[in-house]
Design a protein around this ligand. Structure first.
Ligand SMILES: Cc1cc2nc3c(=O)[nH]c(=O)nc-3n(C[C@H](O)[C@H](O)[C@H](O)COP(=O)(O)OP(=O)(O)OC[C@H]3O[C@@H](n4cnc5c(N)ncnc54)[C@H](O)[C@@H]3O)c2cc1C
Length: 401
């Protein structure tokens, strides 16, 4: 609570209003010529303290840990499964987790929640997990916020991981934020890079900040575990080594931990007309240059010929030309196909964040100065309405042979 950690020292406050002007959150007002803080708005950013010339604001920024951080060991990866299939983002995190564990000289552990999953455990060993924590129950068959949160929190309390990673998927984002609140840890969401500060033994969590214009590296010095969600397709999957073996720790919990205030009625799979974006080897994406929803047909035509998925920029999605599930970028999906064809997309940083690790990038844009050409392997300057249908025609001919 910010109220416990920021104070106006009334004897020193002169009512000069410098702090009111400095506060970016409009959290300070003057009452009887003294500054008064609205704790609901205050974020403890410190701008007021910096502006105050009379040393009249006291902020306790360092939260002192109330537990022994050295008890926390191991790197954990939450391995998301859907219908009993472990999602590939989990393998990416095991690959990255292995490097982090090596630098911390600790073990790599996987956490698996679901039903009838014991046969999947060996897959996690072959991807490098030395220990697998398994909680198996019919009540965990499909993801639900409350039981998953309760069980993960109980596991963390008992086994005390130092680092805890999870995919920044729809499930991961919902789950890890709840767990972080419950166990009083921090959480860096949507990371695109992880490393270890080998001197301090801290997790370096890198993610886009300020609308994607800078990359911020965040540390968690005072709380454990150091928790991060990581974007799909940013990291390389752990290699499979069939010789690797690990230790299984099966846990059971009392019924109350499985209770949920919401009830799952049905699971409806999204029907994809073309290939799934996140898994596709080739993606053809359209941006504002496509002009209107009907014109996306020429993007879809090329995608069908290439057996590719259809992507889009946020401008095309915001205009309502194509559903959000196709959006690539900072607030959409991160993709890493073999070939990414960007049609009428300017290449703003928020789009590039989601696709710049693609192996080959082909950009089609009528503006030779468009920033997309800076990341493109091949650039075609011209009108997409001529170029895309011409490519479709040619690929259709060539691929038929
Ligand atoms: C917090 C935040 C998050 C964001 N998240 C995302 C995100 O996840 N994904 C994302 O994409 N954006 C995101 N954005 C928006 C991003 O900043 C850009 O506005 C967006 O990517 C631009 O989309 P665009 O390239 O399609 O449109 P524009 O920038 O308008 O570019 C259109 C391009 O089409 C070209 N063109 C026009 N007509 C033709 C033609 N006939 N033939 C060939 N080329 C043509 C133009 O030369 C131009 O380069 C985000 C922004 C913010 C602030």
């Amino acid at each position: 609570m910010s109220g416990e950690r920021i104070q106006i020292i009334l004897d020193k406050c002169t009512g000069c209003t410098l702090c009111v002007k400095a506060c970016p959150f409009a959290a300070i007002e003057m009452k009887d010529r003294k500054a008064v803080i609205d704790y609901n708005k205050c974020t403890l950013c410190g701008a007021c303290k910096e502006a105050c010339r009379f040393d009249a604001i006291k902020i306790e920024l360092e939260a002192t840990p109330h537990y022994d951080l050295s008890l926390y060991k191991d790197v954990w990866v939450f391995c998301e499964q859907k219908n009993g299939i472990i999602q590939s983002v989990s393998y990416e995190l095991l690959g990255e987790g292995k490097k982090l564990a090596a630098k911390l000289k600790s073990r790599l552990c996987a956490v698996l929640l679901g039903h009838e999953l014991e046969e999947k455990v060996s897959e996690l060993y072959t991807r490098g997990a030395e220990v697998v924590y398994l909680v198996d129950s019919p009540k965990l068959k499909h993801y639900q916020d409350e039981p998953y949160t309760e069980i993960l929190s109980a596991l963390v309390h008992e086994y005390k991981p130092e680092v805890f990673l999870c995919g920044a998927t729809v499930i991961g984002r919902s789950l890890m934020s709840r767990v972080a609140v419950k166990i009083h840890a921090g959480l860096t969401a949507d990371c695109t890079g992880l490393d270890i500060d080998e001197k301090e033994k801290l997790l370096l969590q890198t993610r886009p900040a300020f609308g994607g214009n800078i990359m911020a590296t965040i540390i968690t010095p005072n709380h454990r575990p150091q928790m991060a969600t990581v974007r799909h397709k940013v990291m390389k999957e752990a290699d499979v080594d069939d010789n690797l073996k690990g230790k299984l720790i099966k846990k059971t919990y009392e019924d109350s931990l499985f209770s949920s205030r919401s009830r799952l009625l049905d699971v409806v799979e999204e029907v994809e007309e073309t290939v799934n974006l996140a898994e596709a080897d080739i993606i053809v994406s359209g941006g504002r240059g496509v002009g209107k929803p009907e014109n996306f047909e020429i993007i879809r035509d090329l995608a069908k010929v290439l057996n590719a998925a259809v992507g889009a920029s946020r401008s095309a999605v915001d205009a309502g030309w194509i559903p959000y599930s196709h959006q690539v970028g900072q607030t959409g999906k991160t993709v890493c196909p073999k070939v990414y064809i960007a049609c009428g997309i300017s290449g703003q940083i928020q789009h590039l964040i989601g696709m710049q690790s693609s192996k080959i990038i082909v950009a089609i844009n009528k503006d030779p100065d468009a920033p997309i050409f800076k990341v493109a392997t091949y650039g075609i300057v011209g009108d997409l309405f001529q170029i895309v249908p011409a490519l479709t025609k040619k690929f259709r001919e060539v691929l038929k042979k």
